[in-house]
Every structure is written in structure tokens, then in C-alpha cells.
Design a protein around this ligand. Structure first.
Ligand SMILES: [Zn+2]
Length: 328
């Protein structure tokens, strides 16, 4: 694989290739973007392009078959270090060991490249240890920090790095990749792409869970009911997944079901649905519901998801949601 084989992310790739061609590569980069979006792939192709022995390196890409490219692909290149968190966090020892390695010149590459994959999940004190390296970078060294957001990164570190943002991939592009590259059918690919927030890694990660979500029941028994007796409401809350991540995924699925109902309601001819297999169930529902009720439910779901994401008590948030649901 090289830059030209990467799915999407054209802007970051153009920036990095231009830096290589113009010999303007800086010492520290921060790649920011959602989990699983492809930051690490791009960082590895960058390391390959920086050290490639083939002609392609003149154009800022990797040849993908010289000894340097192959070693990086197999994680055997002595000058390319990838630091992953051990457990939840990157630990002090890992960063100190990296710093010891940086004290020597590159063994065989033109550039030594250190990729820290979870720069927003570093144990306390590490940022200060790392800052010294970023302030006085060893020669021929490029440090690439990867993070989902800049929220947990110290401003002193941010100011030392050139930030490159990775946007979510467009749904059609991700769907196509899931169909052509991973063998999903069109409906599955569209559903996964829509729920993955533009992240190929997340799309593959949630495929198992998605299969276990009873979409039709969710649509008929939950979204479709105007009001529920209070005991049934609490039964519903209790039947929802207790793990926060699974619950959030289910709420996201519920959002896409509601979104489809709105589409069926407003665009009658051949609507482009995420859950196209459920169209026969949706049509009578869409006819029965007013647009404002559907939009109100979408808003309630959205607010509930936000509350749960920011660590609100899950049961309370769901009960509040069900009460607002019953009113609408
Ligand atoms: Zn090469």
C-alpha cells in the first residue's frame, strides 16, 4: 500500500506529499480525526514515502516494493517506531524508551519516524517528558502524534506540532469500499457506512453488533408507538443494552430509522433509505405520523444521545426520553 491506495483523505495526503517533495517536512505532526478513520495508515505510508528507496519517493510517495517499504509494512524497520497504548494509556516507560532510541542516528533510513497512536491517552507526566523531545527534536526525526480530538492534549504540545485534520469519509465512498473491498451487500454496506461516522475502522468494528440489533422490533414496538403504558415504558428501558457503547449504537440505529421515516414521509418516490429492507413497514407508519412528531422524536433522541455521551446517568436519561416520547 502507498498514498495512492488510501481511501479518501486527499487533503492530508497532498499536504504531506508536498512537504516531502519540497523538503519542508517538519519535526512534529499531529493527525486529528475520529477513531478508525485511517490516521495510522496515512502515518505509515508517510514513513514509507520518507524512507523509500524507489523512484516514487521523488514524487512524494512510496514504491511499496523496495526493502525499506517492505520492512515498514512488516513492522521490521529499525527507524520506524509505532507506540500503541499498553492497556488504556501510553506509559512513561514507553516514551522514555522511544527517547533513548532517538538519541542515536537513524540506522538505515533517511528519516526516523515515531508514531504515537493515542496522543490523547497518555499517562500523567508524559506530556512534559514528551515536550522536551518536541522542543529539541533530534536530527532526521519526525514525530507523528495521532489523536481523536485535541481536547486532552496540552496547548504546549499542540503549539509544537503541525496539525493535520482528517475528516470523516463520505458515506458513498465508504459504502463502495465495504462492498468492493469487504464483500458486504449494498444494504449492509450503506447501513454500516451511515452508522460509522465516516470511519472504516468503526464500520468493521460494529458489524457484529449491528446484526444483533432487532431493527424491525425497534421500529414497530418502540419508535412506532405514540404512547406506552408507564409499566411498559420501564420494561423497555430495562430491556435496552446495559453497556453504554452498545446502548449508544442502538440509539444511533433508532436515529437512522427515524431519519428514514422522515425521508419516506417527505420524498415518496424511490426514497434513498438506510434501511431499505424495511420500506414496507415504514410506509404505513410514515402515512400515520405527522412530520413534526417525527422531527420532535429525532430531536429527543439526539438530546438523549448527547446526555449519555457526556456521562449522564443512563437510566435517568432514558426515562426522561420515554416520558417526552409519550407526550409527543
Ligand atoms: Zn519503496
Amino acid at each position: 500500500m502507498s498514498f495512492k491506495d488510501i481511501l479518501g483523505h486527499q487533503r492530508p495526503i497532498i499536504l504531506l506529499q508536498r512537504a516531502i517533495k519540497n523538503e519542508k517536512v517538519v519535526n512534529s505532526y499531529l493527525f486529528l480525526g475520529n477513531e478508525g478513520i485511517g490516521k495510522k495508515y496515512v502515518a505509515l505510508q508517510f514513513a514509507k514515502a520518507l524512507n523509500c528507496l524507489g523512484k516514487e519517493s521523488e514524487g512524494g510517495d512510496a514504491c511499496d516494493h523496495c526493502s525499506s517499504c517492505k520492512k515498514i509494512d512488516h513492522a521490521l524497520h529499525p527507524d520506524v517506531l509505532v507506540i500503541e497504548p499498553e492497556g488504556q494509556y501510553i506509559k512513561v516507560d514507553q516514551v522514555r524508551q522511544m527517547q533513548r532510541q532517538l538519541a542515536y542516528k537513524p540506522y538505515e533510513g533517511r528519516h526516523r519516524v515515531c508514531i504515537l497512536t493515542a496522543a490523547d491517552r497518555m499517562a500523567p507526566y508524559i506530556p512534559n517528558t514528551l515536550l522536551k523531545t518536541l522542543e529539541e527534536p533530534p536530527l532526521h526525526t519526525v514525530i507523528v502524534l495521532l489523536a481523536n480530538s485535541s481536547r486532552f492534549i496540552l496547548p504546549t504540545i499542540l503549539s509544537r506540532c503541525q496539525t493535520i485534520r482528517f475528516n470523516p469519509l463520505p458515506i458513498p465512498l465508504l459504502s463502495k469500499w465495504l462492498m468492493e473491498g469487504k464483500g458486504f451487500n449494498e444494504a449492509e454496506a450503506h447501513l454500516l457506512a451511515s452508522l460509522s461516522e465516516g470511519s472504516p475502522g468503526k464500520a468493521l468494528e460494529i458489524q457484529e453488533e449491528i446484526h444483533q440489533i432487532p431493527r424491525e422490533e425497534l421500529l414497530i414496538d418502540w419508535i412506532g408507538l405514540k404512547s406506552l403504558p408507564i409499566e411498559r415504558m420501564w420494561n423497555w428501558v430495562e430491556s435496552l443494552p446495559s453497556q453504554r457503547e452498545n446502548l449508544l449504537l442502538m440509539l444511533e440505529v433508532a436515529k437512522t430509522l427515524l431519519r428514514d421515516l422522515v425521508v419516506v414521509k417527505t420524498l415518496r418516490k424511490e426514497p434513498n433509505l438506510i434501511h431499505s429492507d424495511l420500506l414496507p413497514v415504514m410506509e404505513p407508519m410514515a402515512a400515520k405520523w405527522s412530520l413534526s412528531s417525527l422531527l420532535k422524536r429525532m430531536e429527543i433522541l439526539h438530546q438523549t444521545t448527547l446526555a449519555i455521551r457526556s456521562n449522564a446517568n443512563t437510566n435517568l436519561a432514558l426515562e426522561a426520553m420515554m416520558l417526552s416520547w409519550a407526550e409527543g
